[in-house]
Design a protein around this ligand. Structure first.
Ligand code: HEM
Length: 326
């Protein structure tokens, strides 16, 4: 057997062992979440979400990236409670209007998802669950892995822009800070590298990779530097560049790009440049199945960050406003 084939079967065995261990341990489902949560109260909840997401992505496949990022930005700030979906009010600037969130997309899809859920089962399915499902479906429809989403999250009533400041990672070369921010919500270094693979989808604006073109240029492939430089040179703040060559397809190309020093953000490239994470990037670049498996595990954990307990929170009627907003 060739070395490549040996390595492939080693990774397969590794994945099987990890899956078996997770199954035997029952999986780290938070006490209040369960797979069949809406079985009696809204049995078609998952189908309803999938239908609306699939219609939206048929019109605009780039929205898969938007939905995945919405779920990430929801969970890292105040936990997975749909706080990112709340609109600002007269006296309050909400999370979505914080600088790090201004390019979030997919809010209209979530409005449509919630409207459909309310039509079938009013007051039952939380916006936080709907967003977790929509992100999962978006990943799958972009040809990524499918994973089960335990349900039963409740919606938060607080959404404050300044809560995002320390909770969301900046797109810079500081690996220690990235590790710290993930650790703050119970995610480890492996999760950091696997979940950064979310950047297999979507685009970033020039402002987000300015640092990469300047302070971080010595680790940037020269032809990419040239094309990014000329794309952003015009000073149009709306200009974007894709994270990888296949930005509407969920695959392992993002990691391959990192190994060729073609990462778009400094925070992406640093994963390959730092000894602590380089091996993981190389493994994911070589074995997309291993990336898919690690991404599933990471999303499963991310979807359970700081959940509301017991009667805390509510089931919002519309995702943009809290129920008692009068
Ligand atoms: C590791 C730390 C991370 C940093 C520093 C980071 C930062 C960013 C930045 C700056 C953008 C582009 C914003 C813009 O210019 O419009 C972006 C886009 C994106 N991020 Fe991340 N991100 C991180 C982790 C993640 C994770 C964990 C996920 C999902 C699991 C994710 C999913 C996405 C997606 C899908 C996009 C593209 C959105 C679109 O096309 O609308 N990111 N991220």
């Amino acid at each position: 057997m060739s070395r490549g084939a040996q390595m492939k079967s080693f990774v397969r065995v590794l994945i099987l062992v990890q899956v078996a261990a997770a199954l035997l341990a029952g999986g780290p489902v938070a006490a209040e979440l369960s797979m069949g949560y809406y079985g009696m109260t809204c049995p078609f909840a998952e189908y309803i979400v999938r239908n609306v997401v699939s219609e939206a992505l048929a019109k605009d496949p780039t929205l898969a990236a938007g939905l995945l990022r919405l779920h990430f930005h929801d969970c890292f700030v105040q936990g997975c409670d749909a706080s990112v979906l709340l609109d600002s009010t007269d006296g309050n600037t909400a999370e979505k209007d914080a600088p790090a969130n201004l390019s979030l997309r997919g809010f209209e899809v979530m409005d449509a998802v919630k409207e459909a859920l309310e039509a079938w089962c009013p007051g039952v399915v939380s916006c936080a669950d709907a967003l977790a499902l929509a992100a999962r479906d978006a990943v799958f429809m972009a040809r990524g892995p499918y994973y089960g989403v335990p349900l039963g999250r409740r919606d938060g009533t607080r959404s404050v822009a300044s809560d995002t400041f320390l909770a969301l990672p900046p797109p810079l070369k500081n690996l220690t800070l990235l590790i710290q921010i993930f650790d703050n919500v119970g995610l480890d270094v492996h999760d950091l590298v696997a979940l950064s693979g979310g950047h297999t989808l979507g685009v970033a604006h020039c402002a987000s990779f300015k640092d990469r073109l300047q302070a971080d240029a010595e680790t940037l492939d020269s032809s990419l530097a040239k094309s990014l430089g000329s794309a952003c040179g015009g000073g149009d703040s709306g200009t974007t560049a894709p994270f990888d060559r296949t930005s509407t397809r969920f695959d392992g190309v993002y990691y391959k790009e990192l190994t060729s020093r073609r990462g778009l953000l400094s925070s992406d490239q640093t994963l390959f440049e730092s000894p602590e994470t380089k091996e993981i990037v190389s493994m994911f670049a070589m074995y997309p199945d291993y990336f898919f498996y690690s991404f599933q595990q990471g999303m499963y954990k991310m979807g359970q960050i700081n959940l509301k307990e017991g009667d805390e929170g509510e089931i919002r009627k519309t995702c943009r406003v809290i129920n008692d907003s009068s």
